[in-house]
Design a protein around this ligand. Structure first.
Ligand SMILES: [Zn+2]
Length: 183
């Protein structure tokens, strides 16, 4: 599956000068919502990502809201599993809404559209583990971590993307005077 082609086709791959959530600057940003708003593409992505974990006996899939909600749903559908999502708490951690069931020992897959630092998917993992779930894998559409993140379970991606990221003080785009866009 040509995932990056899908990002391009749906206008989800933006080029310019972006302030990432991590505080770093980058010439490229992946706006997965622009891709996942198309149910047929979302479904295709979910099937492809789910296929990578079909041997894991997944009971539920969890993703960090909001970005991870649709992805969790389509991957869970492909795996015949339940689709959960974790929401931010006022303290900046994540929690699972009460109506979302986790049975003790449930095997779960954590998903996030794009993994850069893995920070938000880790919070979703903690939320599911607190409720008794057992993490068996982490899946992402695009891994742009440069191989720098690990979760202690299989971590699989549909695509890997090496994109330069700069601290503001060392950003050549800043030096060139390009307007910075917050994402
Ligand atoms: Zn910059």
């Amino acid at each position: 599956m040509d995932v990056l082609g899908l990002y391009r086709k749906t206008g989800a791959l933006l080029e310019g000068h972006f302030l990432l959530r991590s505080g770093l600057h980058s010439p490229l940003f992946l706006q997965s919502a622009a891709l996942l708003q198309h149910p047929l593409y979302a479904e295709a992505v979910g099937e492809a990502l789910g296929r990578l974990f079909e041997e894991e006996g997944v009971d539920f899939v969890v993703g960090p809201a909001l970005g991870g909600v649709v992805l969790s749903f389509v991957v869970a559908r492909a795996l015949g599993a339940r689709a959960l999502f974790a929401e931010k708490t006022p303290s900046g951690e994540m929690t699972l809404r009460k109506g979302l069931t986790v049975n003790p020992g449930d095997r779960f897959l954590a998903v996030e559209d794009v993994v850069t630092t893995g920070e938000s998917v880790r919070k979703a993992i903690r939320a599911a583990e607190e409720r008794g779930g057992v993490l068996v894998g982490v899946g992402t559409i695009v891994d742009r971590s440069g191989g720098k993140v690990a979760f202690g379970v299989p971590f699989k991606a549909l695509a890997r993307l090496e994109v330069p990221q700069y601290p503001p003080e060392a950003c050549p785009l800043c030096r060139a005077g390009l307007p910075l866009e917050e994402v």
